[in-house]
Design a protein around this ligand. Structure first.
Ligand code: FES
Length: 115
């Protein structure tokens, strides 16, 4: 069962929630369910307003490494990541630091979400 800790200067304190094992939901979905207000406009991975920093914690290597072409394009367009950074991350099979909360599907891994 993954722990997701939301952290933001917009919140009085960090909030840690537990996502049900096997839930196929996004960071944004869990945030909304727990009344954590992450900016979002399109919820389709197109506007970049829901960009968050994802920090993996715990002993397991990051699982949600895959980034769709749409998410990649939006992150590149918003300037959060450079193409050279993406190329290097893909080569090493590593997850980028910045992700779209509406596109990041939660897996069984503990993360901190900063926004
Ligand atoms: Fe637009 Fe996530 S809300 S990219």
């Amino acid at each position: 069962m993954p722990n997701i800790t939301f952290s933001s200067p917009k919140m009085r304190k960090d909030v840690t929630v537990y996502a049900a094992a096997g839930d196929r939901t996004t960071i944004l979905g869990v945030a909304k369910h727990h009344s954590v207000e992450i900016d979002c406009e399109c919820e389709k991975g197109e506007c970049g307003s829901c960009t968050v920093e994802v920090i993996h914690i715990g002993n397991k290597p990051p699982m949600a490494v895959h980034v769709t072409e749409k998410e990649k394009l939006t992150l590149l367009t918003s300037g959060k990541l450079k193409k050279s950074e993406f190329d290097e991350l893909e080569l090493l099979d590593l997850a980028p630091r910045y992700r779209l909360a509406c596109q990041y599907m939660l897996l069984d891994e503990d993360i901190v979400v900063k926004f």
